[in-house]
Design a protein around this ligand. Structure first.
Ligand code: ADP
Ligand code: ZN
Length: 734
């Protein structure tokens, strides 16, 4: 679309629309680049984790273009949810599926033909109906978005045969640009999607799959019920999902939670549909806190404030696991993902597959092996998951923040150079044509059928690692993949090859560390406390009050609460106390549409609260100053909540450290509690902290210059003093 000058103009237009319609001040990640690509009419492939904001990538261009975008989506619940949310924003979106009556279908079709519908959601089954095809041919379609595009591939975890027909039908509708979107795609699945949609030429936008706000954890199934109750109670009042494999377990665990005073309900395909709908709605409306479900639950559930996802049984694949855990913390706030693992589950799952056709069975088995090795490995969870999706990740961040169980309770590491060398030699000497199992046979010297027929017992590497078990070598081989020495072949499933890095290592080895796998059966795993993992600095009382109000309004309007405002928006309100429509529209996630539709009661409630609690100082400092300044403060508060290094915050805002401290002091003096422990701990040992603490406890004033004088002999820096003063004030004064 258009020439260069228009593109420059377009940039502001895009941002304006983003704010006006969706209420967001900034694009996230690749969104802007993707949207531009779509507006240029190009085929686009978007791979983005759940919660990163895929929908906006096609929703915004659809709003901007004349005519209609067609969105193909596999689940009716998912469509309804998105259509509801879009309608709440004032965008004309409709769906076409089997739940509509004849007259509703006619209305949707007429509105589409009249060019009023911006987004038309269609299930793949409906797409294939002849009467729909002819109607679509007459409509002014601009592009087709294919959501959950991994359903095309049988190598993924959610193959849907009808997805294979999409391309043929789209072909009949003329040459529409295609935008394919998915939240999981291993390199193999990605290749499959592009081939099937004949969009090898597409521009690919792959964002990192790292969900930084999710905490991953695996525990043994020992004493599972006790563990479960402790965990759920530690997250009291928050929304969570507990996944179980069978309907029977779902019923049993839901009942078990209920008798333990937890507001829980079951969800599975065997329940009467009216009960299913009720339980789902109760969850969305926060009448119940925990849904115990089979994986039938979730794909359509767009609840952004799910705070925990528990896998009571071991999942069937890492893709599924990643997708399901991805339902936690979609709003970017905390999300706890706990999986219970037992090798017995893997064996049970394997048995389920025994009646499947050979290739399907083999495929399922590989997926299960990946699952088991993920659970048993003591490598950073995040690193493993990302590696699985073809991404390399240095675990620095996770290590420092202890943001997965393996980083929080690290296993001992051992020097692994010689082991890695043996593993690579095995791959090299078998000519890069085999998978894990065969390689471990060769290394440990097992004369299996394959070893015999390829005469691999003659290789120098054969039996050279027989002092260790097959599990040990399996783990070494996998860690070599994560180190980038070995890789899976994308064309031949299961085959492992050397990378250039691996070849270089064979030429010249160097020291490296490997870590021992977990052994959930025998050893004592570390004691885990179910402490809450985050603390936040908004006004919790106001936040709860606003949440209550949201629930009430949601009920009146028959909408799920988050359609009104999402948690991060409420949190921000509980930081800045907006008391006018203008101020409210400055909150992230609040556009003009939402201010008009839902704003007034919130403004009234905040006004009342501010008066009753005499919060003049806070609102004076935070709101009444220039907008930019208060935005800065919110940013700082949020970054500190996320435990970002102060230096990093200063850098990202191009501020000097002392100015940042100044801002933080102002925030603190205006009554907001900040928790800087994570940073203070880094720069000061406990003794020094205690000393300053005692000083401020007994000092006459909190003046820094006085403190510098009085503590002259101790050699404290001004920064240290100021930080401790903030910590002190936060703890005592706020
Ligand atoms: P996905 O489809 O990728 O799982 P969604 O499209 O449902 O994710 O978006 C996840 C959440 O992020 C939603 O609550 C959405 O409103 C929010 N979101 C999307 N884009 C932005 C943005 N630019 N700024 C703030 N929030 C956004
Ligand atoms: Zn980690």
């Amino acid at each position: 679309m258009g020439s260069e000058p228009m593109l420059i103009e377009q940039k502001d237009q895009l941002k304006d629309k983003l704010k006006e319609v969706f209420g967001y001040g900034q694009f996230r990640g690749n969104q802007e680049a993707i949207i531009k690509n779509i507006l240029k009419g190009k085929n686009t492939f978007v791979i983005m984790p759940t919660g990163a904001g895929k929908s906006l990538c096609y929703q915004l261009p659809a709003v901007m273009l004349e005519g209609t975008a067609i969105v193909i989506s596999p689940l009716i619940a998912l469509m309804k949810n998105q259509v509801d949310q879009l309608n709440a924003l004032g965008v004309n979106a409709q769906f076409l599926n089997s739940t509509l009556s004849k007259s509703e279908i006619n209305r949707v079709k007429q509105e589409t033909l009249d060019g009023k519908v911006k987004l038309l959601y269609v299930a793949p089954e409906s797409l294939t109906k002849p009467e729909n095809i002819s109607f679509l041919k007459e409509s002014n379609l601009r592009f087709a978005a294919i959501d959950e595009a991994h359903c095309i591939s049988e190598w993924g975890h959610d193959f849907r045969p009808e997805y294979r027909k999409i391309k043929t039908i789209l072909g009949e509708l003329g040459n529409l640009p295609i935008i394919a979107l998915t939240a999981t795609a291993t390199p193999k699945v990605k290749l499959d999607i592009q081939r099937n949609l004949q969009m090898e030429d597409a521009d690919v936008f792959k964002s990192s799959f790292n969900r930084e706000n999710l905490y991953y954890e695996v525990r043994s199934k020992k004493d599972i019920k006790k563990q479960l109750i402790k965990f759920v109670k530690a997250h009291h009042g928050k929304s969570g999902i507990v996944y179980c494999l069978s309907r029977k377990t779902v019923e049993e665990i839901a009942e078990f939670l209920k008798v333990n005073d937890i507001k829980a309900a079951p969800y599975h395909a065997g329940l009467d549909s009216s009960i299913r709908i009720k339980n789902q709605d109760d969850f969305l409306n926060e009448e119940i806190h925990v849904v115990v479900a089979t994986i039938a639950f979730g794909m359509g559930i767009d609840k952004p404030d799910v705070r925990f996802v528990v896998h009571y049984d071991t999942p069937k694949s890492l893709e599924g696991y990643y997708q399901e855990t991805g339902r936690a913390g979609r709003d970017g706030l905390e999300g706890n993902c706990l999986m219970f693992y037992s090798y017995n589950d893997i064996i049970k799952l394997e048995k389920f597959n025994k009646d499947k056709p050979v290739t399907e069975r083999e495929n399922a088995k590989l997926l299960l092996e990946e699952m088991a090795s993920y659970a048993e490995s003591s490598v950073c969870r995040r690193k493993q998951l990302l590696h699985y999706f073809g991404e390399s990740y240095t675990e620095q961040y996770c290590k420092e923040n202890k943001w997965c169980d393996n980083c929080r309770y690290p296993k001992e590491e051992f020097e692994g150079k010689d082991y890695a060398l043996t593993a690579l030699k095995a791959v090299q000497q078998t000519e890069e044509r085999f998978g894990l199992k065969h390689l471990t046979h060769v290394i440990t010297g097992i004369k299996s059928q394959y070893v015999q027929s390829y005469k691999h017992f003659d290789l120098p590497v054969f039996g050279s690692g027989n002092e260790h078990s097959m599990e040990f070598w399996n783990s070494v081989l996998r860690q070599c993949m994560m180190l980038g020495f070995l890789e899976k072949d994308v064309e031949q499933i299961g085959v492992i090859k050397l990378t250039d890095k691996g070849k270089a290592f064979l030429g010249e080895t160097h020291a490296l560390y490997l870590s021992k796998d977990h052994d959930y059966g025998s050893e004592e795993e570390p004691d885990i406390t179910d402490e809450a993992v985050t603390t936040r600095s908004y006004d919790a009382t106001l936040f709860e009050l606003l949440k209550g109000l949201r629930k009430k309004i949601a009920k009146q309007k028959g909408l799920p609460p988050y359609v009104i405002f999402q948690d991060p928006s409420l949190e921000e309100m509980a930081i800045v106390y907006p008391t006018t429509r203008e101020e409210l529209s400055q909150i992230n996630g609040v556009g003009r549409g939402k201010v008009n539709k839902f704003g007034q009661p919130f403004i009234d409630a905040i006004k009342k609260y501010v008066v009753e609690n005499d919060i003049t100082t806070a609102s004076d400092v935070v709101i009444k100053s220039a907008v930019n300044k208060s935005k800065n403060k919110i940013y700082i508060i949020q970054q500190i909540d996320r435990k970002v290094d102060l230096e990093e915050i200063a850098e990202s805002k191009s501020m000097k450290m002392e100015d940042l401290l100044g801002e933080i002091e102002q925030i603190c003096y205006s009554g907001t509690k900040l928790n800087l422990d994570y940073y203070v701990e880094q720069i000061m040992d406990d003794d020094r902290q205690d000393e300053l603490y005692d000083y401020f406890l007994s000092a006459e004033s909190d003046s820094i210059s006085t403190a510098l004088e009085e503590l002259e002999d101790e050699d404290f820096s001004e920064e240290e003093l100021r930080l401790m003063r903030i910590k002190f004030l936060s703890e005592y004064a706020n």
